[in-house]
Design a protein around this ligand. Sequence first.
Ligand code: ASP
Length: 342
Amino acid sequence: MSKPKVLIIYTGGTIGMIRDEKTGTLIPFRLERVVESIPSILELGIEIHSMELDEIIDSSNVTPSVWIELAEIIRVNYNDFDGFVILHGSDTMAYSASALSFLLENLGKPVIFTGSQLPIGLPRTDARENLITALTIAGMRNKDGRSLIPEVCIYFEDRLYRGNRTYKYNSENFDAFISRNYPILAEAGVRIRIFEERLLAQSTKDFVVHKTLNQNVAVLKLFPGLALQHYPKLYKDSRIEVVIIETFGSGNGPTSGDFLPAVKEMIDNGILVLNITQCREGRVEMGKYETSEKLLSLGVINGADLTFESAITKAMFVLGLTDNLNERRHLLTTDLRGEMTL
Ligand code: ASP
């Protein structure tokens, strides 16, 4: 069998940063330097190609157009590679991985996001291990020669996660990501253990790359004492099409005050209201308590156990896919890419 071929796509982030001598701040440098810093990647038995975005960014500057650009790069190179590794800042990596999971339908190959907490040039960097193992996993094939992992993942500090189940929970530890509502897909110790039964099934349908994301999505995070008069645009602005409400516990909100009338007004105005929980583990179960029953009867959509990152990007994706309100509602409550447990 020929060597697996993996394409590295470098977008920026700490992994490729150096210290600007004048200002002392961390700024991005070019991809050749990243690969130069780890000569051992040439011994992995993988044919590695690399490219970078025109503009190398700190991931706080990521936008939906970057996600569409990445999806397009994968579309163009899809048939030539067994897998893709995207080097990306960790701050918004979970948003980007979630967005890509929706844009890439019937994906049959791994798209693995990785990065690091310390720049690649530093002695204690976590970048080397993250990049080497992400490349190794991206190059893995089945006995029949097909790519082993047909989904968008995040690899960070010994673990492979489903991208759209993951969030960054620690800004200091190497172990920066977590997936609370879905188990890890692989673990890297002395050997790399892939939990194949947890992977998405290979699709028999054609690979489709979507190119439209609609940003008419707003968020309302509940807190005791929330004064809704500070958010008049939420239900008066005709451009908003989805409002994600981040509720308490299993999907609860106040039954007194102006919250429920505001939700009703949003829904009457044709806005889809998606309920996700502020808890990072567990799920929305509307109707369990009186404080969520009314939301259910008003027509609020159950976001189940979606992460915040997945809810945002799924909403943008669904709005971009269809203008039909019933179809949008149906798609938001359907598990499209393994992002929610129904
Ligand atoms: N600020 C950086 C970024 O997200 C942090 C990192 O790469 O980990 O681009």
